[in-house]
Ligand binder design. Sequence first.
Ligand code: SF4
Ligand code: SF4
Ligand code: FES
Length: 276
Amino acid sequence: MVDGIASTETKHRDSHAGERGKAVFSPPIPAYHDAMETPSQILKVTVWRGGEAGDFATYEVPLKAGQTVLDLLGRIQRELEPSLAYRYSCRAGVCGSCAMTVNGRPRWTCRTLVSEVEEQGNLEIAPLANLPVIKDLVTDMTPFFEKWQKAKGRFYPGDTEKDRFARIRPDDPKRKAIDAAIECIGCGVCFSACDVVKWNDDYLGPAALNRAWSLTNDVRDGGQLERLRAVAGSGGCRACHSQQSCAEHCPKGLNPTAAIAGLKREIFKAALGGKL
Ligand code: SF4
Ligand code: SF4
Ligand code: FES
């Protein structure tokens, strides 16, 4: 049997996020009770509460085998803090909606085991950095998706209904380049991990540029020059410093840095050919 606690202990969010204010959020003292459980370890979990000017609240929760960070939040919400806000959908690494900052590092929480990330019984969960906080662990993804739009990250049909389907061989180099970049789930982890996104509001960011690179390799797409122009500006791929934080953190193992390098090559070729 374990008593859950909520405290007014103050800590500050990870280094990516910077300080978001020092107001103390004081949740009601919860009554956590589970007589059927004999936990081997009690975790001290600090969770961001409130908006931009919020603060951390602390809960004590038993560590269980196979428990993900998302499971842990569900438990806190069910048994300790019903007003806790967080976002998820698939719980299976598909939808990209559950990303948060866990012990200072952006991660997908539905596929992150608590046992692999807790540090000496401590876990800190905060919203993704580089995005506005709506409430608790929920960020406003609007700036992230607006940058996809700015990078022309959608398919522009190049054929008419009367044209035959394009035939693309699986071993075609362009098809292979698409394969390497296509599995993005739009989680925002790379966006949160990118230092340039943090200090350059205009920067389109790794996910939008990765998407642009996928489409640049799509021979069916009719918006190629328009897209290259969109990503060639000062907020485009040349703002990237190629330090690879995006690639290091991407939960799908994608490499937006390589995608951005590919875009730079295409822009260079188009400029040499007098097209840009
Ligand atoms: S390599 Fe470029 S996109 Fe990736 S984190 Fe660094 S600056 Fe951002
Ligand atoms: S590139 Fe990776 S980290 Fe970035 S949004 Fe896509 S899946 Fe998430
Ligand atoms: S809940 Fe869908 S990816 Fe985590």
